[in-house]
Design a protein around this ligand. Structure first.
Ligand SMILES: [Zn+2]
Length: 220
């Protein structure tokens, strides 16, 4: 059982136990369990909670007061990520193919993490560049109104530190988008439609394809 004042190590440990990224409520709970719900040596719950939050904020990317090396970043509404979380353990965690019942969750979480940070102007721009035609399968989804529906995909997700930049974005149809979010298809440069002037980063495609290999190659 943990005792004494709250420490940064304790916070990092809690992130690690939760897979490197979690909602604040889960992190608090993780630490509370490790301390068997004792708030000692703090006198009140308020000072305990305040100290915990301070540990996070002092090291959280994007908080104005903080000046040193960031250890965490905010990735959603009250959701945080440990920045230097051991890549190896993250990859091995991601290496498990998503369980069947959780596929929608995988897609939803991936979208939510990106939604939080992305620049809507770039979303419009990438769709305009391709006339809303899917770069993977060539589909243009025509609606009764005459409009064409397409979606923008970040090849390396913003939640995974991918840049919000056209070099990391694709214009895709909803089907291909789901398969990409699940890392269930490779992005083949040879068949991918890329117009002149769209400087798509090969390293992002490589990152995606590496995850595809890890997630699914053992399954087929
Ligand atoms: Zn498509």
């Amino acid at each position: 059982m943990k005792t004494g004042s709250l420490t940064l190590e304790e916070l990092v440990e809690a992130f690690g136990a939760l897979g490197g990224e979690a909602d604040w409520g889960d992190i608090r709970n993780q630490i509370a369990v490790a301390r068997q719900h004792s708030i000692k040596p703090y006198k009140t719950k308020v000072s305990y909670e305040g100290s915990l939050l301070q540990l996070l904020y002092q090291r959280c990317d994007g908080f104005r007061k903080y000046k040193g090396d960031a250890k965490f970043e905010k990735v959603g509404d009250s959701r945080y990520r440990l920045l230097d979380f051991d890549v190896q353990s993250r990859v091995s965690r991601e290496a498990k193919p998503p369980e069947l019942g959780n596929l929608e969750d995988v897609v939803r979480r991936s979208r939510e993490r990106n939604e939080f940070k992305r620049n809507p102007e770039l979303v419009v721009r990438i769709k305009t560049m391709y006339g809303s035609q899917c770069q993977l399968c060539g589909t243009t989804l025509l609606l009764p109104s005459g409009e064409i529906y397409a979606e923008a995909h970040h090849v390396c997700g913003l939640g995974d530190r991918g840049p919000d930049d056209l070099s990391n974005m694709l214009c895709v149809c909803p089907n291909c988008h789901a398969l990409l979010d699940l890392k269930a298809i490779q992005i083949e440069r040879a068949t991918l439609k890329v117009i002149a002037g769209h400087a798509l980063g090969q390293k992002f495609l490589d990152h995606h394809n590496a995850l595809f290999q890890k997630n699914w190659s053992a399954k087929s």
